[in-house]
Design a protein around this ligand. Structure first.
Ligand code: NDP
Ligand code: HSE
Length: 437
């Protein structure tokens, strides 16, 4: 076996790789290439050789990693004559965009894990890659180690996809899991996530849903064949979720998850892309996705439901996705071909106020006669039908929690505005969407 692998490697063509960024993902990638080099050569006839690496702070790094030279000049990697293919795992948008554009313009395929950049500039970058006939691949940008973009782009290209629902951020899933299973409040669960290295010192991008928004925007491009950028995504995070919301959801048979949702109305074709915390029925497949794991449920008309599950972050899982793309791009480069990203139409976006779902609504009210009558009158006036209700005493006040039947978001918002004006309501809590079993 080993002999066969060595023979294949000796006759293999070399593809020289430049790696921009050698942090969590970059260093895991170069280590994985070293570990898998012979196997890749045996299977593809191509030897991958990392020849250049760029970092920001030379003082933190050795001058060489294996035979690769380490420098602090990312653009030099993108233009170097001895680099055939560029891996961008530096992050950020301005310099990363320059690196990717420069590499493509120099005829070098690019593999990137940079969701923030793709979710902002996908149209432009895809166009450059397609016009040049060069690969731009980015499996790792969405849900790290989970193969999702390629299945959407290739296997499901003809599928009439109705909806994609995903837990696409590991940090927030970890925080919500700890709140649910250990009864922690949000601040304590966030501290735990920071201690374990899931959440950054500044956790805004994760907890306010911005990281998930970038990922679901990229997914929506391929699910529906339309241009979606991160600014098209209505994003709401988990920082306002309370231990009370979690325990109430539990009482009704739900768990709270932060979901990225991309859906298309079958009739009008209008697309809605959003990130919001939601009550997920305990029997729904996404309810059992715990800790920092990610999972994405694709609902197709012909395929039925497909679930993708695994580690959405971390050096090794993300490097695995990067390496898969690098091998494809290297094989395509040698064959003189490239993967087609497809063409993307202008999206017709549904108004967020027209989106329908069931909701959980929480209010704190005075605990005295006639209060329930006043509150239910607000629902009736706004054509919102109540499915279930629960009352908990909190001193001289009470917490009222309602589950509604299917309702328009605009009607729910109108209810919330009216509740705020009622004397008997001391606090208007949030409204959360419900995803059934
Ligand atoms: P890190 O912060 O661990 O590493 C970033 C690397 O890029 C470092 O080596 C850093 O250099 C280098 N770098 C940063 N700025 C510059 C610059 N101006 N010039 C040259 N080099 C620079 O990031 P990650 O590895 O975690 O993430 C990389 C990318 O992968 C990001 O786009 C991220 O969103 C994406 N990603 C990350 C995942 C993860 O689990 N970490 C999962 C999925 C995607 P130095 O070492 O000198 O500081
Ligand atoms: N911060 C991200 C998460 C990992 O928590 O899922 C990178 O995508």
């Amino acid at each position: 076996m080993a002999k066969a692998a060595n023979r294949a490697q000796n006759t293999a063509e070399m593809v020289r790789v430049g790696v921009v960024g050698h942090g969590v993902v970059g260093s895991a990638f170069t280590a994985l290439v070293a570990r898998q080099q012979e196997t890749i050569a045996a299977r593809t006839g191509i030897t991958l050789e990392v020849v250049r690496i760029a970092v920001r702070d030379a003082g933190k790094h050795p001058s060489h990693v294996g035979t690769a030279v380490v420098s602090t000049d990312p653009l030099a990697v993108a233009t170097a004559d001895d680099v055939d293919l560029v891996v961008e795992v530096m992050g950020g948008t301005a310099l990363a965009s320059d690196v990717i554009r420069t590499a493509l313009e120099h005829g070098k395929p690019v593999v990137t894990a940079n969701k923030a950049l793709l979710a902002a500039q996908s149209a432009d970058l895809f166009k450059i890659a397609d016009e040049r006939g060069i690969d731009l691949l980015f499996e790792a940008a969405v849900c790290g180690g989970i193969p999702l973009i390629r299945p959407l782009r290739e296997s499901l290209r003809g599928e009439p996809i109705r909806r994609v629902l995903g837990i696409v951020n590991g940090t927030t899933n970890f925080i919500l899991t700890r709140m649910t299973e250990d009864g922690l409040d949000y601040a304590a669960a966030l501290r735990g996530a920071q201690e374990l290295g899931y959440a950054e010192a500044d956790p805004t991008a994760d907890v306010e849903g911005l990281d998930a928004a970038a990922k679901i925007a990229i997914v929506a491009n391929f699910a529906f064949g339309v241009h979606v950028v991160v600014d098209d995504v209505a994003a709401e995070g988990i920082s306002k979720i309370t231990a009370g919301d979690i325990s109430m959801a539990r009482k009704f048979g739900y768990v709270i998850k932060l979901l990225g949702v991309a859906e298309r109305d079958a009739g009008s074709g209008a697309v809605s892309v959003r990130v919001n915390p939601a009550l997920v029925h305990l029997q729904h497949p996404l309810a059992s996705v715990r800790e920092a794991f990610n999972a994405v449920l694709v609902e197709g008309e012909a395929s039925g439901s497909l679930m993708f599950y695994g580690r959405g972050a971390g050096g090794d899982p993300t490097a695995s996705s990067v390496l898969g793309d690098v091998i494809d791009a290297a094989v395509n480069l040698r064959k003189g071909t490239h993967a087609t990203l497809g063409t993307f139409a202008k999206a017709d976006f549904a108004s967020p106020d027209d989106m329908r779902s069931e909701f959980m609504i929480t209010l704190e009210v005075a605990d005295r006669p006639g209060v329930l009558h006043a509150v239910t009158g607000v629902f009736a006036r706004n054509k919102v039908s109540i499915r279930a209700a629960e009352q908990d005493g909190i001193g001289s006040d009470a917490r009222l929690v309602f589950l509604t039947h299917d309702a328009r978001t605009a009607d729910i918002k109108a209810c919330m505005a009216e509740f705020a004006r009622l004397d008997v309501v001391s606090k208007v809590g949030g409204y959360l969407r419900i995803i059934g079993a």
